[in-house]
Design a protein around this ligand. Structure first.
Ligand SMILES: [Zn+2]
Length: 251
């Protein structure tokens, strides 16, 4: 059974109940982690995901609240004797820096490291990240403060589809990428350069024809009724303020 589970839902400042936004999406024997922050193995454990199941990591952009957990994630899995390979996907701007960050930690000298493959994704609309019997995953550039991608996951077995905005202003490319999805996960930091308000997120959901909208990357002291109320002005479908460890079944 496919599912999405939220490992974090806060904007760049976390609190006791909200980690920075990152998530896992699973279908069949493939589990994709999207962004990597804080203490990743603890967040995975809280969400009931075994780190051995994670086959791929997609980094949407190289801001600290999305990518800074990578060294600790890799170090801890190595110390816990992971042997299975991991592929880290992202556009060149992100992957160049992720590799450099690992180089600064001199990970080349850590003996017996499990295989980690860095995959550079084209920074163009509807770029293919991976296609297999479980997933078809594509990305498009969105509008943030540095090169950033939004994501679309088509689950082969369940036929469900999920899109994730990452951090962005309202983005026509994301509307195209997210066309007709069952679940749109959209940031709702608040209006401002490089980000979206709940109402703007809702307008994207309506334009894309999404069936449901999950708001993430919000200030942790957000009043849920206020954020959902603002989103309701732009979208008549289901609207949820996502919470850490919340699970969306996809079957
Ligand atoms: Zn962010």
């Amino acid at each position: 059974m496919g599912r999405v589970v939220f490992l974090g839902t806060a904007h760049s400042i976390a609190d006791d109940h909200h980690n920075n936004t990152h998530l896992v999406i699973q279908e069949g024997d493939r589990a994709i982690m999207v962004d990597c922050v804080g203490y990743p193995l603890l967040h995975l454990r809280r969400a009931g995901v075994d780190f051995h199941q994670i086959t791929d990591l997609i980094l949407t952009h190289f801001h600290p609240d999305h990518a800074s957990g990578l060294p600790l994630f890799l170090l801890d899995m190595w110390l816990l004797h992971r042997k299975a390979p991991l592929t880290v996907h992202g556009i060149p701007h992100t992957i160049d820096r992720a590799e450099e960050m690992m180089h600064l930690h001199e990970w080349e000298t850590w003996p017996g490291f499990f295989p980690v493959d860095f995959h550079r994704v084209q920074e163009v609309e509807d770029a293919t990240i991976l296609e297999d019997t479980n997933f078809r995953i594509h990305s498009s550039p969105v509008k943030h403060l540095l090169p950033t991608i939004g994501l679309r996951f088509d689950l082969r077995k369940s036929g469900k589809s999920v899109a994730y905005s990452s951090d962005t202003e309202p983005s026509p490319a994301l509307v195209r990428l997210a066309s007709g999805v069952d679940v749109l996960i959209h940031e709702a930091t608040g209006s401002g350069i490089g980000h979206s308000s709940p109402e703007q997120a809702a307008q994207i959901a309506r334009q894309a024809g999404a069936a449901s909208l999950y708001l993430v990357h919000y200030p942790p002291d957000t009043n849920p009724d206020q954020w959902i109320g603002e989103a309701r002005k732009g979208f008549s479908g289901k609207i949820i303020l996502a919470q850490d460890q919340m699970d969306i079944p996809l079957d």
